[in-house]
Each structure stands twice: as C-alpha cells, then as structure tokens.
Design a protein around this ligand. Structure first.
Ligand SMILES: [Fe+2]
Ligand SMILES: [Fe+2]
Length: 343
C-alpha cells in the first residue's frame, strides 16, 4: 500500500486494506474518496471494473506505441551520418524498447498478460499512436521526430506522472526523463542541419513541414469528440484535456521553431494577446481518422514488421523460459538439500 498523499483519510483506510467487510458500496465510496484525496490506487486495491479496463486499454496502447515507434527511427540507424549520431540514435531506440517494457509490466499489475496484449496488437484489436504510420523519408526526420513527436509525448506524459494509478504514474517518471533527452537530441540535430548547407536547411524544413500536423494530432480528437476524456479526468487518469495539452504544445514549439530558424507550416499561427496563447489553423481530422482506420502510409508495413519481429524472437522467449525453469529447479533442489541437512 502506498499513497500519494502524506496521510490517508479514515474513509479510505478500509479500501487500501483487505477488509472485505466494507461491502461493494463501501469499496466504491472508499475508492472515490481515495481518488478525490489524490491518493494512489495500487494493484491490490479495490477498483471499479471500468477503471481497470480503461487503464489496461490506455497503458496497452501506450506500450504498443513505444515499441512500434522504434521502427521509423531504427530505419536510419545504419545510415546515420556519423558515429556520434549513430550511438545517440541507437540509445534512443533502445530507450523506447525499455519504455514498452515498463508499460507492459504496469499493465500486468492490472491482470493483463503481455502475451495477450501483444496478441491484440498483432491482430489489430488494439491500437498504437497513429504518428508512427508516417514514413521517415530523410535523416532530418529523425530530428523532427525527436523534437516534435517526443516533445508531444512529453507534453502528454508529464501530467501522467500524477495519474491516480500508482504503477503507471511511477513508470512515467522515468519515461519522461528519457523523453526529454530524446526531445533535446532531436532539437540539436535539427539545429545542426538548419545551420548547415542550404540543402541541409531545406531538408530540416521539409521534415518539420511533414511532421508538424501529425504531431498536433497526437493529442487525440478535439475535446467535444473525445469519447473517454471526461471519465478519465474524473478518475484522475488524465489531468488535462486533449485541446489544453495541444495548446500547451503549440505555445512551447513556436519560440523553439524561431530559435531553430525554421518555420511551422501554418499560415494561421499567430499570437493571441487576449487569450495569452497562439491561435493555430484547423487540423485535418479526416486524415487523422483515416490513418487510425489503417489507411496511413505505413500502417501495414509497421504491423507486418512487428509480427515478423515477434515470430523471429520466439526462440529468445523459449530460451528465457527454459533458463528460468532450470534456475527454479536448481533453487528448489538447493532448498530441499539445505532443508534436509538442517533437519
Ligand atoms: Fe518513449
Ligand atoms: Fe521517446
């Protein structure tokens, strides 16, 4: 049991314990009170079925995005322009695999096995972020992904560090630290290109032109069309709405684009003194829904590659399971022997 708040209220104490006498209604009331008091919900705590399934869906989708997201950038590892860039990119892609692991583990604490979740990904029953269905056409795309895609991910994920579900919130703390390294390496890569030859500058601009709008779509549909937002906010899984986070991201990116010497491909982008935010142009939601439905430029390629990687990795899983069984048998034998000697 752990709580985010310094101390627990009496009304939630029974819920965090295994005191079954509270009854179903009592548990629900205590759960609501714990959420209201900003306490963390932990794996063994009682939680509504819908809270559990919402979290499984969100964490699984997040985990899938991390591992599918390795593909567009891994595409450039062998063609990185220098040893330094290659080392940075390899580290970044490995980080994304690690993020997937933390998140699948977090989902496991809710009772969803990794095998089951991967199966849902491979059969198209669970989604990953649509941003990874766009291709990486030039080296500058690695920079644009770091700056914009990882940047949008951080904007989304920093508030998740305060998510009401403990294991997810804690995974996010480390993920966000690594994401901020990813964002900086992308920014630095784009800066080098922007200050390079006219061809390099043009390559950086072209990448930003292609990745800007899909990055804004990463925050999900507008608030009035977002199915799960209101309930997730009430449960404190989500802390800010899609539109709020998108606005925050735009406001962060505008001055950074200026420092990069690059422009954002939106003629309607202007500072609104009254709102204290940047106004920006209309997002093409038809494209968003279309890519989500599976018609993006790389949907098929990403899933095929993922299924192939899973099949090719079967021997690693088998070897790991055999090794674990061998170790467990050895430990059991040792315990038996030690036990026998002591007796
Ligand atoms: Fe990540
Ligand atoms: Fe990242």
């Amino acid at each position: 049991m752990a709580t985010a708040a310094a101390h627990q209220t009496d009304s939630t104490a029974a819920f965090h314990s295994d005191d079954a006498s509270a009854g179903a209604d009592g548990f629900e009331r205590a759960f609501d009170a714990a959420v209201a008091a900003d306490e963390r919900i932990e794996p063994r705590d009682w939680m509504p079925d819908a809270y559990r399934s919402t979290l499984i869906r969100q964490i699984a989708q997040h985990a899938h995005s991390e591992i599918i997201g390795m593909q567009p950038e891994a595409n450039w590892i062998t063609r990185a322009p220098s040893l330094r860039r290659k080392a940075i990119l390899m580290a970044k892609v490995q980080d994304e695999a690690g993020h997937g692991l933390y998140l699948y583990s977090a989902a496991e604490t809710l009772g969803a096995s990794r095998e089951e979740l991967l199966d849902k990904l491979h059969s198209g029953r669970q989604k990953y972020s649509s941003i990874f269905n766009y291709p990486t056409l030039t080296w500058a795309d690695v920079g644009a992904i770091g700056w914009l895609v990882d940047g949008a991910a951080i904007t989304n994920q920093v508030p998740l560090c305060r998510c009401s579900y403990g294991p997810y919130a804690r995974a996010m703390v480390r993920v966000c630290k690594e994401e901020s390294f990813h964002q900086r390496q992308g920014y630095e890569l784009l800066l080098a290109l922007s200050r390079g030859t006219p061809e390099q500058h043009a390559m950086a601009q072209d990448a930003v032109d292609r990745w800007w709008w899909p990055s804004l779509m990463m925050f999900g549909p507008p608030d009035d069309e977002s199915q799960h937002s209101a309930q997730s906010m009430a449960w404190k899984i989500k802390r800010h709405s899609n539109d709020e986070l998108r606005q925050r991201f735009v406001d962060i990116c505008v001055p950074q684009a200026e420092s990069l010497g690059l422009t954002l491909p939106d003629p309607d982008l202007t500072w609104n003194e009254e709102r204290g935010h940047h106004d920006f142009g209309a997002i093409d939601w038809t494209e968003f829904w279309d890519v989500l439905k599976g018609n993006g430029p790389c949907n098929e390629q990403r899933l095929t590659q993922r299924r192939r990687a899973h099949e090719e990795g079967a021997w690693v899983r088998e070897a790991a399971a055999a090794h674990a069984a061998k170790r467990a048998a050895r430990t059991a034998r040792t315990t038996e022997t030690t036990g026998a000697t002591q007796a």
